[in-house]
Every structure is written in C-alpha cells, then in structure tokens.
Write a protein that binds this ligand. Structure first.
Ligand code: PLP
Length: 841
C-alpha cells in the first residue's frame, strides 16, 4: 500500500541537516500507533486507559491520526509555495464534511493496523468511530458537493484550498416528537474538534457598515475611504484534507469571527467594560450559526454579513499568500482560480475589486480584468424563491463601499449590454445588477455572472434550462461563458468507506484501483451474468440491510424486516422533492391491502429521512403526514408482514453512510425541471439501488448510463411541465381520471391518519386540489403504475440482482473525480502538482 511504502521509504529520503526529528512521531507501525495513542491519552487528554471516557479515547485516536497527516500537509503547503502552483480556491458557505476519522484512516491506508492496535488495547475501533460528532456545516446537497469536491481535488493532487465558515452551531439536530420535527441546537464543538488547527497569526480584519468618504491622496489621486461602523477579526481554522493514498494533503480553511481589540478598547476607555464584552459577543455572532434554509432565501442582515465576512477573510488570505509567494497582486488571477459555490460568496466579485482598486491602487480596468479571470460561478437552482437578492437599503447599510462598486460595475456592464441589445430597454432592465421592478434589490446571481469568466449548471438539463430561462439574457450576450458540469460524489466515502462488504467483493473481482479511478467499475459488468457472484451481491445487500435495521430500531423503536424491499427517500424535505407524492402512494397501497385482504405484494419498508427548514411550515407538515401514515400502518396487524413506514430522525452524512448501502429502491421523484442535479441519486446507484425517478437533474444522465431497462421512469418531462403551465394546469382534472387518488385524498382528509382530526392536513390537501404547483396530481397515476412495475420486478430476484449490479457497474461517470477533472480542464486551467517530500520523517 502506498502509505506503507511511504513509511518504508522515509529512511531513504534526504533530510536537511538539523531537521531530523529525535524519534519518528508519524510512523505507521502498529507499535508506534499504540504508543502515540497512549501518549495522547495521557498528554493531550490527561487520562489513563482505565479512567478514560469514550470521548477521551476518540480524541486520542483522532490526534494520533492527525499527527500522521501533518508531514504530508506540511509538504503540500511548502510544495505549492515553492512551485507557485495555480491554486483552486473553492468558496462555499457550506461544507458538509461528515465524520473525518474513518475517511482519514482510509486515505492513509491504516484502518486495518489501527483496528488491530486498538484491539490489542482492548478497544473496538467501530465504537470509537461512532464517537465522532459530525461537523454539520451544511444543509444538504450543496454543502455535501463542496465536501466531495475538496476530497477529489486532494486525491487528484490538484493544489486547492476550501474556504468557508466555522459555524459554532451547524445544521440543527432533528428529533421527532409526536410525529413532528423538533429542532435542537447542534453543539458539535462541545467536546473539542481534534481535526482543526487554529492559526491566530493569520487573522484578518473585516469591516462592516459605516459610510464612505472621497478624498485626494498625497500623489493627487482620487480615492475612496471606507469608514466602517465596526470591524471584526476573522481567525482561520485549518483542517487537513488528505487525498486517497497520495502525498497530497490539502487544506479546508474555515473562518471564525472574533471581536477586535481595537474596537473593544474604544468602549473600554469609557469605562463600560460589560458593554465592551457584550459588543464582543455581537461580533462573534457572525460565525455563530448556519442558516438552516435549503433552496430558499433568508434575507437577513446577519446572513449577508456572514457571506461578506468569509469572502473578505478568504480574499485577504489569498492576497497574503500571493505576497508570500513573492508575486504581484496584478498576477493574482494566474495564482488563483476561484469557484463560487452558488451565489453565497458572489460578493467576492465586488470585494476583490475593492481590495485591488482601493487598497492596492490597481486601475479599474486592470482590476476588472483580473477579477473576471479569477472567478467562475456554479448555479445550483432554478427555483425563483432560492435566488439571492438583497434589499438595496440593507445592502447599503452593511456594505456601503460595495454598493458603490456594484453601481460602477453595473453602469459599465449595461453600456456593454446596450451595444449587444440596442434599443431593447426591457432586456437591459432584466440584465441589471439592480432589480428596480418594485422595492429595489441587488441581484447576486447577476453579479456572479458579470464578474465570472465561466458559468455552469450542475447537470445537463439544468444547464440547458439556465440558458433557456433563468440566465437567457446573459446567455444571449456571452454564450461562450456557459458550460455544464454534471455533479459527482466521491467513491471513497460513498463506497469504499460506507460499504466495506461490497468493497471487499469488488476488490476480489476487479482489484482495488477503482477506489482511485471509479471509471474502472465498468469492469464489474460481466459479473452481472454470474449467478454465484449474484448471490454474494445479494448477501451483501442483505447484511447491509440488517445493519440499517439495527440503526432504525435504535433510533425509532421500529422493527423492520431485512427481507422486505428497502424503498428509500432521504434528502431535505421540500415540496419540489415531493416526499408527499410517495406518502400518497403508501396510503393508497395500504388502502388497497385493507380492501383486498389477499393482495399479493412484495413486502416493503418505506424509509424516509430529511430535515425541513424550521420556518417552512408546509415541509414540516409533510413530515407529520409521513409519520402519521406510518403510525397507522405500523400498528395494523393486517399489513404487518407487508408494509412498514419509518422516518429516520436527523438525516446526516453519518446516517447516509448506513442508508445508501442498504437501499434497494432510490426515490428521486422531484417535478421535472426543479432538481438541479441531485447527488443522493448517484450514491444510491453506485451502491446498487435501482432508481424510481423522473426525467430531472442527473436522473436523466443516470438512466442514460445504466440503461433504460435498469431504471424505473415515470412522470412528466420538463417540456411537458412547461407546456402544461402554458396551457393552464388544472389539478382537479386528474382526480376524476384516477379513482384511487381521490379515495386516498378523502381518506387523509377524513382524519383517518390523524386520530379523527380532519383539519390537520387540510392545508396540504387544499393546496394539491387548487394549486398543486409541483404537479403531484398530474404525476400520481404514472408514479403508482411505475411502483407496480417495481413490485413485479422485485419478485424476480435474479433479474433484480442483475439490474442492481449493472447499476453499480455503469455509474463510472458519477465520481466527483470526473467532475473535478472537467472543472480543471475547462474552467480552472489547474493541473496536478505531486507533492515533494520536503519535511523529514
Ligand atoms: C447526498 C446528501 C444530500 C443530497 O441529497 P439529494 O438526494 O441529492 O437531495 C443531502 N444530505 C446529505 C446528508 C447527503 O449525504
């Protein structure tokens, strides 16, 4: 194994005189691992084995592993500086990393040795792994994408740094009480985070509020001075991101807001010590909590401050690195390729202009050139309610200088646009960075488009719809800027780590190179016809289902049958994702089973998981609908052996690692044209689940790859959705055509699932009947018919197994490594830079 070879070679590596450590603190031998673990237990945690808590043991192990990442981490930074390597800066307000320990062990290739080392000390590695509190610094797909990308960048040895916010409280912890979602704070830092190193020496200052002043400087130059209302400090916390079995360990740098001394001093001098302290608390609110909204906007001042805070910190940090590398600011774009993960960091366009023009005295045109060559923008949504815009007055209050800069960018941009679209003032108004149709707003997507040299959607359909709809005016102006980059997920975490049984089986058949190069998984395809392989494949799926069943029992008290079909929908709860479409179908199935006692169906367990935004009442009611239907079904002896419905609380990366490997049917049932890509769909397919889905997002590409016979397709296409909207959609029409649908809606309305409360679900039902913006009624019959085909197919065990194997074997495209290679080639112009061994080991 590469990591082992690395250790073995360490003796040969030339060591600069005077830097050879007294003893090797990062050896990978079992003896050394045990020694280091016990040392950390004593010297870091202050405990001995007999009195250590589980957390002490976890922390000691985490430190032991971190120590083994530090040399390559150090070498990586040194190599990039020495080579002045073009570096990808991935800016994202969210990084949903998942637990680190397991992944870092996998990357280093020491899981087995660590397991033995722990067992020799009488400890169980799996129990220690369970101790880690996952950093939930993201809402869902967007944050998880950032995590997959940052891992792939490291594995591909591409110089990269992830920039984000070190939220003190991540996404809330969800519990279910009486069937309703309850939010609890996520105090993930409670017991400390062993994976981060704070670098107070690289703290930066960030200004907020106040006003601007114009003046002429000593050399007669016109300048603008920003006089802020307050200044906060940003302190970087770095975590190592090792690539899989390579010398590269990149950095995830998250910023924490702290009060500045200078600011406190001012208040302190007036004798108001407690006032100073309370202002300190206010400053620190900036990185206090992640906004729990997914696919919808939270137009709060603090949110804008958060965004500006981390972007300003990151840009100042990059300028420091540029200085440190001895490079002029005017070649900033040669050193850094900056990717905006949605519009959350789009204020970076104005901030880089401010830093270059106001602080580094670069002339506007030159600065604009540098800015545009640096930034690229990924759009993540077509939902209008998710498009970020800030009321102009709020924006001016928080970022007065940036508003001036945006006005200047806009004036120059609209002049350019008027040449393209001469006389078309309605189009000019549509393009403007300022929305003046009513209350005035700053349009962040427009700022991102104008300030970037590349704009991409996250799946082919999504990119096409962007060009046709949301960004059509920009596309008309700059078609060459537009591209499509289908998302991907890392096969390290989502197969090798979370599905060890499958990993072992695949390894026996086609070797282990697929872990680094997922396209090799196609070599599995011939095994789809191999009966012996098929029964092993089934045995693994069953074992994974037994594991998940144990998790379900522990978390919900519900006992599910591992021999039933595991039909899963896990993702954020949202109307456009249509968890309620599945709920209607489950209620219908139940109704059918009750009215036809001997109806023969393949036993199924419906598994749901996902968080609803705390202020999203409709999504919370959808959870209540699912749990209510579940309560009735799960306690009805008539259907006991045939139907179960569970809602797994607190869906997270940790839970996902149990869920995806155990799933047999993956529900990807959004209304066509609404889901930009989806990445959950990819994780399921890679682990051998078949998809029931619409022609939406990456589902289309998954179906194209795995073959239409291996995919359960239903529902309207995006084209049909558009056509239907044009012609006027009438949900009631669909009710008369499908009696079962009417019966189900009546049953829910009657209070059957809500202890006689006929009001509870009325808002949901009325909306379906009268508006149904996500066209559930239009798609219902097609969905129910498709589910009947699934039932039929599942009974043919051999055929199902074959389809399952083909799903895995044909998902080669959906690795985030492929996505990252495309970004590197087509957008970032970044290349692998193998890390040199500089530090003595
Ligand atoms: C992959 C993932 C998502 C995204 O799921 P979609 O089905 O693409 O919406 C959300 N949350 C977690 C924890 C994930 O791992």
């Amino acid at each position: 194994m590469a990591a082992g070879a690395q250790a073995a070679n360490a003796a040969d590596s030339t060591t600069p005189a005077g830097t050879r450590p007294e003893h090797d603190r990062s050896s990978l031998s079992r003896e050394s691992l045990k020694r280091a673990f016990l040392d950390h237990l004593l010297y870091t945690q202050g405990k001995s084995l007999d009195i250590a808590s589980k957390n002490d043991l976890y922390q000691s192990l985490a430190h032991t592993v971190r120590d083994r990442l530090v040399p390559s981490w150090f070498d990586t930074t040194a190599t990039y500086q020495k080579r002045n390597a073009r570096t990808v800066a991935y800016l994202s307000a969210e990084f949903l990393m998942g637990p680190y320990l397991g992944n870092n062990l996998l990357s280093l290739g020491i899981s087995h040795e660590i397991r033995l080392a722990m067992s020799e000390l009488g400890l169980d590695l799996d129990e220690l792994l369970r101790q880690e509190e996952e950093p939930g610094l993201g809402n869902g797909g967007l944050g998880r994408l950032a995590a997959c990308f940052i891992e792939s960048l490291a594995t591909l040895e591409v110089p990269a740094i992830g920039y984000g916010i070190r939220y003190e409280y991540g996404i809330f912890y969800q519990t279910i009480m009486d069937g309703w979602q309850v939010e609890n704070t996520d105090a993930w830092l409670r017991y400390g985070n062993p994976w981060e190193i704070q670098h107070a020496e690289w703290a930066v200052q960030v200004k907020l509020g106040g006003h601007t002043e114009q003046y002429t400087d000593d050399s007669g130059r016109f300048r603008v001075r920003w006089v802020p209302e307050k200044t906060v400090a940003g302190v970087p916390f770095d975590s190592p991101i090792p690539g899989y079995r390579v010398g590269t360990t990149n950095t995830l740098r998250l910023w924490r807001a702290e009060a500045t001394e200078a600011f406190d001093f001012h208040v302190f001098n007036r004798g108001d010590y407690l006032g100073a302290v309370s202002k300190k608390v206010t400053s620190e609110n900036l990185s206090k909590v992640l906004y729990p909204n997914d696919e919808s906007l939270q137009g709060k001042e603090l949110r804008l401050e958060q965004q500006y805070f981390f972007v300003s910190c990151s840009l100042q940090d990059m300028l420091r690195l540029q200085r440190q590398r001895g490079q002029p600011v005017t070649s900033f774009h040669k050193s850094f390729a900056m990717q905006l993960n949605d519009t959350h960091p789009a204020i970076g366009v104005a901030e880089l202009m401010r830093l270059l023009v106001d602080e580094h005295l670069v002339p506007w045109e030159r600065a604009w050139d540098i800015t545009r060559q640096t930034f690229a923008y990924t759009n993540h949504t077509l939902l209008p309610e998710a498009l970020e815009r800030w009321p102009l007055e709020l924006f001016r209050r928080v970022l007065p200088r940036h508003l001036e800069i945006i006005y200047e960018i806009n004036a120059r941009f609209l002049n350019e646009a008027r040449i393209h679209f001469f006389g078309d003032e309605t189009r000019i108004a549509r393009l403007s960075l300022i929305d003046e149709t009513g209350e005035r707003y700053v349009r962040m997507a427009h700022l991102a488009c104008v300030g970037s040299h590349a704009i991409n959607g996250v799946a082919n359909l999504h990119s096409e719809l962007l060009k046709r709809d949301l960004l059509k005016d920009f596309y008309a102006m700059w078609p060459e800027k537009f591209d499509s980059m289908t998302n991907g997920v890392t096969p390290r975490r989502w197969v090798a780590l979370s599905n060890p049984r499958l990993t072992k089986l695949i390894g026996r058949c086609i070797g282990e190179d697929w872990i680094k190069d997922w396209s090799l998984i196609s070599n599995l395809e011939p095994y789809a016809e191999d009966a012996a392989f098929g029964s092993e494949w089934r045995a693994i799926k069953r074992a994974n289902k037994v594991d998940l069943a144990a998790v379900i029992l522990r978390k919900t008290g519900i006992r599910v049958d591992p021999d039933s079909m595991f039909d899963v929908q896990v993702k954020r709860i949202h109307e456009y994702k249509r968890q309620h479409l599945s709920a209607l179908h489950i209620a219908a199935l139940y109704h059918r089973l009750k009215s036809q006692r001997n109806l023969d169906i393949a036993p199924r367990t419906f598994i749901f998981g996902g968080k609803a935004a705390p202020g999203y009442a409709r999504a919370k009611l959808m959870i209540k609908l699912i749990t209510s239907i579940g309560d009735v079904i799960n306690s009805d002896p008539d259907v006991r052996d045939r139907l179960k419905v569970v809602f797994l609380p607190n869906y997270s990366v940790t839970l996902g690692q149990w869920v995806y490997p155990a799933a047999e049917l993956s529900e990807q049932i959004s209304l066509a044209g609404k889901e930009a890509s989806g990445t959950g769909n990819m994780k399921f397919a890679m682990n051998g689940a078949l998809t029931i889905g619409t022609m939406d997002g990456a589902n289309i590409e998954i179906r194209e790859e795995v073959g239409e016979d291996q995919f359960f397709l239903f529902g309207l296409t995006a084209e049909e959705v558009y056509a239907m909207r044009r012609e006027g959609y009438r949900p009631l029409d669909y009710l008369s055509r499908d009696p079962e649908l009417g019966a189900v809606l009546d049953l829910i309305r009657s209070g059957f699932f809500s202890r006689g409360d006929s009001e509870l679900f009325a808002p949901l039902l009325d909306d379906l009947l009268h508006h149904d913006p996500y066209m559930l009624l239009a798609d219902y019959s097609s969905y129910a018919a498709c589910q009947a085909r699934v039932d039929e197919a599942y009974r043919d065990t051999q055929a199902w197994t074959r389809m399952s194997i083909l799903n895995t074997a044909r998902t080669g495209k959906f690795s985030s490594d492929r996505a990252i290679r495309e970004y590197c080639e087509r957008i970032w112009k970044a290349h692998p830079v193998p890390v040199e061994k500089l530090y003595a080991r």
